[in-house]
Structures are given as structure tokens and as C-alpha cells.
Write a protein that binds this ligand. Structure first.
Ligand code: UDP
Length: 295
């Protein structure tokens, strides 16, 4: 599978139907696989978390979950239009940073408006986006899941179970063999993880959806997949169970279609402001700095 890179992080720019084709072959194979649904916050986290970076880069598929990733791919693939290398410009650190920040903000506003105002650009860019939650729905309705067993792990108390009930109503043919809430920090090294592994193993699932938030879910998958030999495919799906269970309301379709679900989430959960700042401004700045450093 052909991969591109954003700041040394692997990414497969493929459409949802191609992701489903890959999943079909994963489920037919004898080997174990995991998929990462990548968002800008994860790229920021991976800059200081080497282990997380390795786990992402070792994944069988890393798919763009969000418009920020697709924007960065577009931005980084553009041809160099100017070079500042070898020029005798001495810019102090503060000035460079301020300049980059202004450029990042301008670029962010420009892209934001372009996405908002140009349906053609938006459609073109969003062809390759697959949200974790949409992937869960698509897998449940795909024929490759027929006769396969699914296990849900993650989210708060009762949330995975409620998500399982809702999905079963929507897709009566799916076979959900277990649903367990997420692991809290204190339990990670304790017995709960071992007990959990044992219970998942006994349920013998082919597919494991893991909703522990990034980077925890990806690292958990990487560390525990081998202990669960029946699992042919594990996917980190972030807050998907919260939405599927109805605990959190998903953004109206207009926000989804315009790639602005994060803005809706900010309305619902203002405390996410730091995360949104990271996913927008900080990420844009990081990508811009990376591109300028490459000149
Ligand atoms: N979560 C968990 N255990 C943890 C941390 C998070 O089960 O130690 C769950 C949390 O309840 C939520 C999901 O992981 O359901 C992550 O949600 P978040 O909003 O961070 O995901 P996003 O969709 O933004 O990636």
C-alpha cells in the first residue's frame, strides 16, 4: 500500500471503499493487522512520543480522520515556489516564530474559507477522509463482516454496551461478542488488563474496536494484539462509542460535509478548546515550519 508522509508520520491517502477492500483482505488473511485513524492532534503528540510515532508508522493502514490531515498532505506536496536557503538572512528565533505564526494563521484562514466557500475544493479534498465512527458503521454494514465476531473495548461506564445495542438494532446480522468499558490509568498495569485480555481472548473475536483515545488506544493495540491471536483486525476509534451510544450528539450533516465537525464539538464541549487549538493553529504552524525547514 502506497504511503505518504506528514512530518515523518505515515499516511495512506485512500478512499473509504478502498479501506473496506483492505479490511476484507485483512480478515481473510492469517496475519494480525491494525488500523490507525489519524488526526492532527496525533501528529503533534507523535513529535514528542517516539513510541507512539513508531506504533503509527508500523500500522497496516493509517487513514486520514479529518480535514486537517488532508490539508497538510496537499500543502506539503505543493512544489517549492521559493527558497530561503543560502540567503544571508539572519532572523532571530522570536522573529522567525512570529512570522511563521502569522503565515500559519493566514494559511489557516485561507484554507478555512476555501473549504467553506468552494464546494469543488471541499469535495475533492474530502474524498479521502474516513472518520473512525463512519468506518465502524461501514464495517458493520459490509459483507466482509459476515460470520465474523466483533468486540468493543473502551469509553465510559456502559457506553460500549449501549453502542453495541444501538449497532445491533441498525445491523441485525452483526455478531458482537463482547463490550467492555475503557481501562483507567490505575488499572493499566494491574490485573484488570490481564483479566480483560483473558475475557477478550475467550470471546474469540475477529475484529476489535478500541476506543481509549489517542495515543493510548494505538499503544494498547500494539502491546496487546499478539496476546489475542483470534483478532485479525484492531482499530483505534477514539470517541466513536460516545456518538454511537447517543451519549454525545454528532454534528449536523452540514458540519460533517464541510469538515467542520471539530467546530461543532467545540460548541458542545468548550473545554476541548486546547485540543482544538492544537488540531488547528498548532498543527498548521507545525506543518508550515516543517515545510519552510525543508527549503
Ligand atoms: N477513554 C477511555 N479510557 C481512557 C481515556 C479515554 O476509555 O483512559 C475513552 C473516553 O471515554 C472516550 C474515548 O476514549 O470515549 C476517547 O474520546 P476522545 O474524545 O478523546 O476521542 P476523539 O474522538 O476526540 O479522538
Amino acid at each position: 500500500m502506497k504511503a505518504e508522509k506528514i512530518i515523518d508520520i505515515k499516511i495512506n491517502r485512500i478512499k473509504t471503499n478502498e479501506v473496506l477492500e483492505e479490511i476484507k483482505s485483512f480478515l481473510l488473511s492469517e496475519n494480525q493487522h491494525y488500523i490507525v485513524t489519524l488526526n492532527p492532534e496525533m501528529i503533534i503528540e507523535a513529535q514528542n512520543n517516539i513510541k507512539f510515532k513508531e506504533v503509527i508508522n508500523k500500522a497496516d493502514l493509517v487513514i486520514p480522520d479529518g480535514i486537517g490531515i488532508l490539508w497538510a498532505l496537499e500543502f506539503l506536496k505543493k512544489k517549492r515556489s521559493f527558497s530561503i536557503k543560502n540567503k544571508n538572512i539572519i532572523i532571530n528565533n522570536f522573529l522567525t516564530k512570529s512570522l511563521l505564526l502569522i503565515l500559519a494563521l493566514c494559511n489557516f484562514v485561507y484554507t478555512f474559507l476555501k473549504i467553506l466557500l468552494s464546494p469543488k475544493y471541499r469535495k475533492n479534498i474530502l474524498r479521502f477522509r474516513t472518520h473512525g465512527i463512519d468506518l465502524v458503521y461501514k464495517i458493520c454494514e459490509s459483507s466482509s463482516i459476515k460470520n465474523k465476531k466483533i468486540f468493543f473495548l473502551g469509553a465510559g461506564e456502559g457506553v460500549a454496551k449501549k453502542a453495541a445495542i444501538n449497532l445491533k438494532k441498525k445491523y441485525p446480522n452483526i455478531n458482537i461478542v463482547g463490550a467492555e468499558e475503557g481501562i483507567k490509568e490505575k488499572q493499566e498495569s494491574g490485573n484488570r488488563n490481564q483479566d480483560l485480555i483473558q475475557r477478550i481472548d475467550e470471546a474469540n473475536p475477529d475484529v476489535l474496536f478500541v476506543a481509549l483515545g489517542a495515543p493510548k488506544q494505538e499503544i494498547w493495540i500494539h502491546e496487546n494484539l499478539k496476546k489475542l491471536p483470534s483478532v485479525k483486525l484492531a482499530i483505534g476509534i477514539g470517541g466513536s462509542f460516545d456518538f454511537i451510544s447517543g451519549k454525545i450528539k454528532r454534528a449536523p450533516i452540514v458540519f460533517q460535509k464541510t469538515g467542520l465537525e471539530w467546530l461543532w464539538r467545540l460548541f458542545l464541549e468548550p473545554k476541548r478548546i486546547k485540543r482544538i487549538y492544537n488540531a488547528t493553529i498548532k498543527f498548521t504552524y507545525l506543518v508550515l515550519r516543517y515545510r519552510i525547514n525543508k527549503f
